[in-house]
Ligand binder design. Structure first.
Ligand SMILES: Nc1ncnc2c1ncn2[C@@H]1O[C@H](COP(=O)(O)OP(=O)(O)OP(=O)(O)O)[C@@H](O)[C@H]1O
Ligand SMILES: [Mg+2]
Length: 679
């Protein structure tokens, strides 16, 4: 029998959740109630007390960062030896591992490429032959929703009712064929393909069910249909799993996630153990009350109310400011002042916002004030041109069939391969059903290209082959060396200085160096070969930036990316109608205005996002909204968000928690001076 050496810092309900092993278990509870803690402690319990081997436990988190934090936490709780083989990762990373092992079963090479949203959009653009961004994105979104609902091109075509869905269904078919030709999968496939294989192939299913003896899922409310199926298939009839979630924090409906998955568990598993947690360990009571008050305006599936022993805390501040620039500066000054007054660290502060576009002014203001900061959830580092350039080479090394990477690599830096050459090469490849890279070695025999066209192609081919041979032969120890060799052989630094002004070239080269340093560190830490690295990178680019180290810096983050995290002091900026709740672009606004149900659903999802934001705060929360904001080069008049009045604050407008926060810079400076004199 397992002993009872659970740590004392679990309450009765948490303990029950940790120790429950008689089948499926759902922990349903509000923010900060220790759901994630239940998962970590349960893994430790399984390893230490119940004789589970790490190899048989899989824990799924929502982001790579959350996975990393969870692994570290577990390693601090149990002996490294015990945790060996343990899998803590995102659904998508698990999908990559699965597909690499099972690739042959679905006619995929284990070195398949993973296409991110930008790659996918480029393919759709080519197929649709339009540059209308809104239309492209709509098609992409529709395909993605179909994939997540496990609908293939045929089924999609059958169900398509509107002309735009019919168009999307046509594109879907060619899109699949294109991915196939490139030996590539997109993000949705990382879950969809494993599900399909597990459903169709009994031997594979039994093997995986043997392997996954206990499964844990964090942030369960944001799983989609496909992810739900994966959980079911991996755990089989034994259904040994624990899912934790909070329906009030479901913020990914727009990506096909469905909170109904929570309710569905209760119907699919008659023996489901449902555990609720009610004590919040994160925030002071005022913050919790505000969160409870806002979310009570939504209809919900499960009723829950949180309480905290942390005391009332300071009152929540709401600041109205003239413009977004003034708001950013005010936030920066307040943080500096509070850091001093509260003897806090920079890392104790987070600034959260609804939309990525808000980051730019905030970054500018913090830079001006010399406040260190990191940004997460922003425009991905991996979307920068220089990063995509370098990664194209790596992707091509790993998967020769990746034509988009071939084109990018062979033309950057310029090496005398022009559009005409590429076109001839493309036609040759298409006629023979081979990749562009293969075509390089075969087209020479046909005299379709002049010698001066052929020569740079062949040189390029030989160069890639040479490095490829090393990458395939050498183990993780050589990853760093191979990377260095590749970058210097490409001559990328010189290319940047040749094509850009010095300042830009310098900035971009620095990004490349950062990428290399990060790749090398990853290779070393996790003992990854160049091939492993490339697939790893594709996943990181999905949600988060490469901010793995935790420097003492203020955290700037979108609300979406702040999920699951906590900070002593939170500034929630831009709390305005139109921005939070977000109504999207103008065309979106019109669509919403015409459809009451859609509008209501949107506002509810935005309200949950507001709830997520409020509940990130441990000790203080300050909101701000701007009377005017720049929108597409125009100043637009704004109103405070309805969510502010829904918080039920005593005197909502301009009630600042910290009287000093209302000081002008000059006043603040003198306040600081006087404080300095006193101490
Ligand atoms: N029993 C406990 N005793 C003391 N502290 C606890 C306890 N349970 C959780 N905590 C702490 O409370 C905070 C919130 O816990 P955790 O992050 O696990 O909550 P959560 O329910 O996952 O929140 P979210 O919904 O935001 O993801 C953490 O700092 C955690 O260490
Ligand atoms: Mg959590």
């Amino acid at each position: 029998m397992p002993g009872d050496t659970l740590p004392v810092d679990l309450n009765a309900a948490q303990r029950e959740a940790v120790k429950y092993l008689n089948g499926p278990c759902l922990v349903l509870a509000g923010a900060g109630s220790g759901k994630t803690r239940v998962i970590t402690q349960k893994i430790a319990y399984l390893l230490r007390e119940c004789g589970y081997s790490g190899r048989h436990i899989v824990a799924l988190t929502f982001t790579n960062k959350a996975a990393k934090e969870m692994s570290e936490r577990i390693r601090s709780l149990v002996d490294t030896r015990l945790a060996r083989g343990l899998t803590v990762c995102t659904f998508h990373s698990l999908g990559v591992r699965f597909l690499r092992e099972e690739a042959e079963q679905i006619n995929l090479k284990p070195q398949f490429s993973i296409f991110d949203a930008t790659d996918a959009l480029a393919i759709i653009q080519e197929l649709l032959a339009t540059t209308d961004k809104a239309r492209l994105r709509a098609v992409q979104q529709t395909i993605s929703l179909w994939k997540n609902a496990m609908l293939g091109p045929d089924e999609a075509a059958q169900r398509a009712l509107t002309p735009s869905d019919e168009e999307a269904a046509r594109v879907y078919r060619s899109y699949e064929a294109t991915l196939n030709a490139y030996q590539a999968v997109d993000f949705d496939d990382l879950v969809r393909l494993p599900v399909r294989l597990l459903e169709q192939n009994t031997a594979v299913r039994e093997r995986w069910q043997q392997r996954v003896q206990y499964l844990l899922v964090d942030e369960y409310q944001d799983t989609n249909e496909c992810q739900y199926r994966l959980v079911q298939l991996l755990t089989g009839d034994r259904a040994q799993f624990t899912a934790v979630g909070d329906d009030d924090q479901a913020i990914y409906a727009w990506r096909g996630a469905t909170v109904e998955n929570l309710a569905k568990l209760t119907t699919d598993y008659a023996n489901l153990k449902l555990i609720k947690l009610e004590q919040n360990y994160r925030s002071v009571q005022r913050i919790l009350s505000a969160a409870n008050s806002v979310i009570s305006h939504n209809p919900n599936l499960f009723n829950k109310r949180l309480w905290s022993e942390h005391g009332a805390g300071e009152s929540i501040g709401v600041k109205a400011i003239d413009s977004d620039e003034a708001e950013a500066e005010w936030v920066g000054l307040s943080i500096s002042g509070q850091r001093f007054d509260r003897r806090a660290e920079w890392r104790d502060f987070a600034v959260l916002y609804r939309s990525n576009q808000q980051a730019r002014v905030l970054e500018q203001a913090l830079r001006n004030l010399r406040i260190p900061y990191t940004v997460s959830g922003g425009q991905s580092f991996f979307d920068k041109a220089e990063i995509r350039d370098v990664l194209a080479y790596l992707r091509l090394l790993v998967n020769e069939a990746d034509d988009p990477s071939f084109i990018r690599a062979v033309t950057t830096p310029r090496r005398g391969v022009g559009q005409g050459t590429l076109k001839t090469l493309g036609q040759f490849a298409a006629t023979h059903g081979i990749s562009l890279f293969e075509a390089v070695f075969q087209i020479g025999m046909t005299e379709q290209l002049a010698p001066r066209q052929l020569e740079p192609l062949e040189t390029f081919g030989a160069f890639i082959n040479r490095i490829q041979a090393r990458a395939q032969k050498d183990g993780p120890d050589s990853s760093a060396e191979i990377l260095d060799e590749l970058i210097s052989a490409i001559g990328y630094e010189r290319h940047l200085y040749d094509t850009l002004d010095e300042r830009q070239a310098q900035a971009r080269w620095q990004n490349v160096l950062d990428l290399l340093a990060w790749l090398k560190r990853k290779a070393q830490e996790d003992s990854l070969t160049v091939i492993d690295l490339v697939q790893h990178v594709a996943l990181v680019s999905m949600l988060e930036r490469h901010d793995e180290a935790d420097p003492d810096a203020v955290k700037l983050s979108t609300l979406h990316a702040s999920k699951g995290l906590e900070y002593p002091h939170v500034f929630l900026v831009g709390v305005e109608e139109g921005l939070l709740p977000h109504m999207g672009r103008e065309d979106d606004e019109q669509v919403l205005a015409a459809d009451a149900n859609m509008l209501a659903a949107r506002v509810q999802e935005e309200r949950r996002l507001m709830y997520v934001g409020i509940t990130r705060a441990q000790r203080t929360l300050t909101l701000s909204w701007c009377k005017r904001r720049r929108r597409a080069r125009e100043d637009v008049v704004r109103e405070p968000s309805r969510f502010i009045s829904e918080m039920g604050l005593a005197s909502p407008v301009d009630a600042s928690p910290d009287p000093q926060a209302n000081y002008s810079p000059k006043e603040r400076l003198s306040a600081l001076k006087s404080l300095l004199q006193k101490t």
